[in-house]
Design a protein around this ligand. Structure first.
Ligand code: ADP
Ligand code: ASP
Ligand code: MG
Length: 414
């Protein structure tokens, strides 16, 4: 069994000098148990948000390369401070940027993907009994540009390192005790899960459960890395993210999420013929815009022939991507000589996720009924083998989250 353990500490966990010292003390206790430690840290507290605001005061549309250069500095502060805190308690430690430990990514600034990690340097230092502290959320592309992995991306740095080093486990220390049935800061009755499968966690992370970066879960699934989410403020047992066949009890609904930073874009009056949807979603994919729910409806007046048939396609996308998506689709509507685009930011997506859905019927009906009984209108629906998502009005989002959480018996107060 590998003696390498990867531990990641999030922004709140290293939010001030006292907390950094507490993290150092925890690392020391593992070091003294004989583990070889690779520690990934995020920027302190809200540093990354503050850097984003700072850039906004300088330029309306800062170059993405410079934005990554700026944002990567947050993590550089915390790795150096943590290394100092460890030295202070007589634990040998070295801090490294992503580039220094060869975390090579593609050149997609602000949302780069890790392509390879060369672990030679890390292994050499681990063998010399150093604790290796690595800046999360950053890498370097083939042209030596600093890149960042997308907000929340330090989780992905940690899991990717755990995979590359064939570590025993990847521990993600955060400000809650583990993965809950829903965000414990939004629903009081949320319960902590002891374990969850990669597929469920991936759906939850993509649908708004901010506790893990979805790409970290993708990596973990692909390379079989066990993720252990724990609190950095206590020693409680956390949540293990593992493969489905290790899950004893296949609960119908494991978790519920609410996503409030998506909008709906509706493209109306477009030709009803093969290839139109492929053009729209192909163009959006080329821009790497993430689409969640898609609904198409066609109007076919009686006796109509192909030519006078029109379609409407509506889909959800991140609010931040509206501008780019609009300009991409405008190019298409101009080409077709048809179509109009409208957007609605007043939506939220509530989703229920569980591997037990594969073998249970009536799950969607229960969710729809809970919403209907409380007069919440469902505007769009999307399902997969293990999830159901409903688009609803944004101002009913919190109610919907609470209701769906309760209807599946997830509330601990129920
Ligand atoms: P870190 O800075 O440690 O990476 P994050 O803020 O990224 O921390 O993630 C932890 C937060 O995720 C929690 O404070 C909680 O509000 C939120 N969260 C959302 N959904 C869940 C969930 N299902 N289980 C636990 N936490 C969740
Ligand atoms: N500091 C980055 C962020 O705030 C990365 C992370 O914390 O995971 O998004
Ligand atoms: Mg996070």
């Amino acid at each position: 069994m590998s003696k390498i353990l990867v531990q990641k500490f999030g922004g709140t966990s290293v939010g001030d000098p006292e907390r950094i010292k507490r993290v150092a003390a925890r690392i020391k206790s593992y070091y003294e148990k004989g583990y070889q430690l690779v520690v990934v840290v995020s920027a302190m507290g809200h540093t990354t948000d503050e850097l984003v605001d700072l850039a906004g005061k300088i330029a309306k549309n800062p170059p993405k390369r410079e934005m990554d250069m700026l944002l990567s500095t947050g993590e550089q502060i915390s790795i150096a401070l943590l290394a100092m805190a460890l030295h202070d308690i007589e634990i040998p430690a070295l801090s490294f940027t992503g580039g220094q430990v060869n975390i090579v990514t593609d050149g997609n600034f602000s949302n780069a993907r890790i392509e390879s990690i060369d672990t030679k340097r890390l292994i050499a230092e681990l063998d010399k009994k150093q604790v290796c502290i690595v800046a999360g959320f950053q890498g370097i592309d083939e042209n030596q540009n600093i890149t960042t992995l997308g907000r929340g991306g330090s989780d992905t740095t940690a899991v990717a390192l755990a995979a590359a080093l064939k570590a025993k486990e990847c521990e993600i220390y955060t400000d809650v005790d583990g993965v809950y049935t829903t965000d414990p800061n939004k629903v009081e009755g949320a319960r902590k899960l002891n374990q969850i499968s990669y597929d469920e966690m991936l759906e939850l992370a993509s649908l708004g459960a901010g506790v893990l970066h979805s790409r970290a879960v993708e990596f973990a699934k692909k390379y079989g890395v066990v993720i252990h989410v724990k609190s950095s403020f206590n020693h409680n047992e956390g949540t293990k993210v593992v493969s489905e066949n290790e899950i004893m009890e296949k609960i119908t609904v494991t978790g519920v999420t609410l996503k409030s930073d998506d909008a709906r874009m509706t493209v109306a009056d477009i030709p009803d013929k093969p290839g139109i949807a492929a053009e729209i979603f192909g163009a959006l994919a080329d821009k790497k815009i993430n689409i969640d729910v898609i609904v198409q409806s066609s109007s076919r007046p009686a006796g109509s022939t192909g030519k006078d048939r029109h379609n409407t396609i509506a889909f959800t996308l991140p609010i931040a991507a509206i501008g780019e998506a609009k300009s991409v689709i405008e190019t298409l509507t101009k080409k077709w000589g048809a179509g109009s685009i409208s957007t609605d930011e007043n939506i939220a997506i509530v989703s229920a996720v569980g591997i037990g859905m594969k073998s249970h019927t009536g799950v969607a009906a229960s969710m729809f009924k809970a919403l209907a009984d409380n007069n919440i209108n469902i505007e769009m629906i999307s399902t997969s083998e293990i999830k159901i998502s409903c688009v609803i009005a944004k101002d009913r989002g919190k109610d919907a989250l609470r209701l769906v959480h309760a209807v599946f018996g997830l509330d601990k107060t129920a």
